[in-house]
Design a protein around this ligand. Structure first.
Ligand SMILES: [Zn+2]
Length: 237
């Protein structure tokens, strides 16, 4: 899979581009600012504008390294288009996603390297993470809320490197999740996101530029999901 445009230019949410392939109600674009979803992060929302009007983008379908943008009506589009990502939705996903990394880092460090078994961001400014934590004390997990907000206050920057997959799998803890590890790119590398001074892990999602751009985080619920799994729900604000 080629590197996502949204990884290289995360600030560009409106992009003039053109249609490479089309069928009624779906297009492949030459370049796209949309994040197509994955790793627990919801796909971007937004619209395509072209000479015939405007249509909402309702979803994405991967097809051999390309992404079909599914459209809300069965229009047929060709030629030049403007792809427009909903900035508020993207901003909320970045904020939530960054929050899940901070939670994940604290759990990993303080609960013997516990791995993630699932993650899901929601469109109501909440997210859940499942951890493989057979013996965990839920009160200790709940007490992480103060530390989450310490990390927000410290305003730690985020940065990215691409490392070969074999190298990434050799470093314990770099691939943190058992279920949502990102696929390697065409060049065989995997994207590592670092919260400087706190955490490094493989991830293909979108994040804030620094932790201080997040609203405060709350731990709203902890559920035992089976003998091994703890489900921690966080929310913004
Ligand atoms: Zn991430």
């Amino acid at each position: 899979m080629p590197r996502h445009f949204c990884h290289e230019q995360p600030e560009t949410l409106t992009l003039p581009t053109r249609v490479l392939d089309a069928r009624p109600g779906a297009v492949v674009l030459e370049q796209t600012p949309f994040y197509p979803g994955g790793g627990g992060q919801l796909a971007d929302r937004g619209v395509l504008r072209w000479s015939g009007g405007e249509v909402a983008v309702s979803g994405f379908e991967a097809d051999g390294g390309r992404f079909w943008h599914q459209l809300a009506s069965p229009v047929e589009i060709a030629g030049a288009v403007e792809a427009v990502v909903d900035p508020d939705f993207r901003a909320m996903m970045m904020e939530l996603h960054t929050g899940t990394h901070v939670l994940n880092a604290l759990v990993y460090q303080q609960f013997q390297g516990a791995l993630v078994t699932g993650a899901q961001l929601n469109d109501d400014a909440s997210a859940r993470m499942d951890f493989d934590l057979p013996e965990a004390d839920n009160d200790r997990l709940r007490a992480l809320e103060g530390q989450l907000n310490d990390v927000v206050r410290q305003d730690l920057p985020l940065r990215y490197v691409y490392v070969p997959l074999a190298e990434a799998t050799a470093v314990h803890g770099l691939i943190r999740s058992r279920s949502v590890a990102p696929p390697p790119g065409d060049d065989g590398t995997i994207r590592i996101v670092e919260i400087v001074g706190l955490d490094r892990q493989a991830c293909g999602g979108t994040h804030l530029a620094s932790t201080g751009r997040s609203r405060p985080l709350r731990i709203v619920k902890i559920d035992n999901k089976g003998r091994h799994n703890r489900r921690v729900k966080i929310a913004l604000g």
